[in-house]
Write a protein that binds this ligand. Structure first.
Ligand code: FES
Ligand code: MG
Length: 591
């Protein structure tokens, strides 16, 4: 054990070693000492390290952390600290209705309260499933206590009949096969379940792998943390090393505010483009940035990220899954290639205590078929486009997943380059979409654009992953697998849909999307980065004057609290009042 006591008074000693209030000190000691901890340890011999446990039976994507816990604790002990595991409000993407996104801010709030109100000197943030990672980073950013992220890791690769079956992507593919009558209901279920052969989070570059890559690119984890598959021995080693490392971070007082700088966020944006990352990353990183007090804007995703090439050949933008990504070197190999091309801010400080540039020394692709070089990428200009117009102030388009066929039909018209005019079909939410998508009266053809509204943060509530709408069955049978879709909700990170999403402000708070009608013509101009309803000014204003917000029904108290306080996706979908709180660790709570 390193000598931790010599020259530091720990925050936890304000609880456990406060001669000015012997009564409370004794009560704190008495109840924590009856576990494995001794008085000497609690009174300053060792820092107290919280372990924010996001895994449980109800949160299977993160359940591997239940089994990693003894490795994390061993690392903390061997590093000289005391481990104290505590539960986090579960956020299971595939379990929580109406959407797990509703709970990101709830888990964030409760983490802030735990980190602030308990005798903790540092924290290991267990991450994995989509929103668990941003919730943990947001909480650590607000509190500003030394913190390090530990991913649980992706599942093993899924296989079905000799082909890779990736989380999420297999669902979208199988839904089409079901519609085409090529598979039946039972095979549909079997195909999808084959994509999940072990514990771990989604094995595609969906939101989970993306957000963990973001945590690593931000410098909030050890190098190589994010891509190790959950069942691999290296995952246990990473858990142990992460536990050891957080103790030293406490001794060095290395805090999120030292790591979460503008440079760190720029690195994350660049990495997101290079890995073909999820469209959920912008709102989540925006939220982390705001809680960290860092200037970031949705437009930064285009200015910093659009021209970055796609290097990673992983579903949904490519072919492979998590095991191949790990063997090719994972995030540090991608970042090493980007660094070699001068695309990484090397000075950014990280959880290792070294700069990002130092961490990446010696890292490059170990398999050029899986992680390509900047000189020979999968695709140029792989970042997001940020569009605006009379329908929204901002919306994102992920270009790395758009199929050649779709590009041919919509993005490269001879003589009118990248301009597309189409008839709008408007749905009021996912139920309305399912009810009417096959209605012949809508007369949907391959040149229409599908819109969905009332599915943003306030509207849904929580913002639903429903913008990646499928074409009507009849078009799918003709081979039209994708149509442009637009909405004020989100889409799954595993989707390959050419969607324009995260439209802000959302329709229920009066965004322009609220005024659109089925049959309106809409112009998409990707060169100008605009999308506009071609409705004349007076008519548009008349619609606005006649508009009344829809009635929103809350089913739980949290839904009401959330709706009253949440902002828009472009601003991170934060509890707006929470963004005023920074570095709350500096003020001790009352005894
Ligand atoms: Fe949890 Fe994908 S659903 S990681
Ligand atoms: Mg999802």
């Amino acid at each position: 054990m390193s000598d931790t006591r010599a020259n530091k008074r720990f925050r936890s000693q304000e609880w456990f070693d406060n001669p000015n209030n012997p009564g409370m000190t004794a009560l704190y000691l008495e109840r924590y000492q009856n576990q494995e901890y001794t008085r000497e340890e609690l009174q300053g011999e060792r820092p107290v390290i919280g372990i924010a446990q996001t895994g449980s039976d109800i949160a299977p994507c993160n359940k591997i952390h239940v089994f990693l816990m003894d490795r994390i604790k061993a690392g903390i002990r061997d590093g000289g600290g005391i481990p104290m595991e505590f539960p986090v409000h579960p956020i299971q993407e595939t379990g929580k209705r109406p959407t797990a996104a509703l709970d990101r801010n709830l888990a964030y709030l409760s983490l802030v309260e735990v980190l602030h109100g308990y005798p903790l000197d540092g924290v290991v943030l267990t991450t994995g499933c989509d929103k668990t990672t941003p919730a943990m980073l947001m909480g650590a950013a607000t509190v500003d206590i030394p913190a390090i992220a530990l991913n649980g890791g992706p599942m093993l690769d899924g296989w079905w009949k000799g082909k890779r079956a990736g989380s999420g992507t297999i669902v979208w593919e199988s839904r089409r096969l079901l519609v085409e009558g090529k598979i039946d209901y039972d095979e549909f279920i079997s195909r999808v379940c084959a994509s999940a052969p072990s514990l771990g989070h989604c094995n595609t570059m969906g939101t989970a792998s993306t957000m963990n890559a973001m945590a690593e690119a931000l410098g909030m984890s050890l190098t190589g943390n994010s891509a190790i598959p959950a069942p691999f021995r290296e995952r246990m080693g990473m858990a142990y090393e992460t536990g050891r490392r957080i103790v030293q971070m406490v001794l060095d007082d290395l805090k999120p505010s030292d790591i979460l700088t503008r440079e760190a966020f720029e690195n994350a944006i660049v990495v997101n483009a290079a890995i073909g990352g999820s469209t959920n990353a912008p709102p989540h990183l925006q939220a982390v940035a705001r809680h960290a007090g860092v200037e970031l804007n949705v437009k930064d995703w285009e200015t910093v990220g659009f021209e970055v090439p796609l290097l990673l050949n992983m579903q949904p933008a490519g072919e492979y899954l998590g095991e191949s990504f790990f063997r090719a070197g994972g995030v540090p190999a991608v970042m090493g290639e980007l660094k070699n091309a001068g695309l990484i801010r090397e000075d950014a400080m990280t959880a290792t205590g070294k700069t990002m540039g130092e961490n990446l020394n010696g890292w490059d692709s170990r398999d050029p078929d899986v992680i390509r070089t900047v000189a020979d990428p999968m695709r140029q200009n792989a970042g997001f486009l940020v569009l605006s117009g009379n329908l929204f102030d901002s919306a994102l388009m992920k270009t790395s997943v758009i199929s050649p066929d779709f590009r041919q039909r919509f993005l490269s018209h001879p003589g009118a380059e990248n301009v597309h005019e189409a008839r709008a079909i408007v749905f009021e939410g996912p139920e309305d979409y399912h009810d009417r998508i096959n209605d012949p009266a809508l007369n949907i053809d391959e040149n229409c654009i599908l819109f969905i509204r009332n599915v943003g943060c306030v509207g849904y509530p929580g913002s639903a992953e429903v913008v990646n709408m499928q074409p009507p069955d009849a078009l799918i049978r003709q081979g039209i697998n994708h149509m442009p879709t637009v909405g004020d909700g989100r889409q799954s990170g595993t989707s390959e849909s050419p969607s324009i999403l995260n439209a802000s402000p959302e329709s229920v708070v009066g965004g322009g999307l609220a005024l659109l009608e089925t049959g309106d013509m809409v112009r998409l101009d990707l060169n100008a980065r605009t999308m506009n309803a071609l409705v004349d000014e007076a008519d548009w204003q008349a619609r606005r004057d006649a508009w009344t917000p829809p009635e929103l029904v809350n089913q739980t108290p949290w839904q009401e609290i959330y709706r009253k306080n949440v902002g828009q996706l472009a601003d991170g979908g934060c509890l707006e009042l929470a963004t005023a709180y920074h570095r709350v660790v500096k003020d001790l709570p009352r005894d």
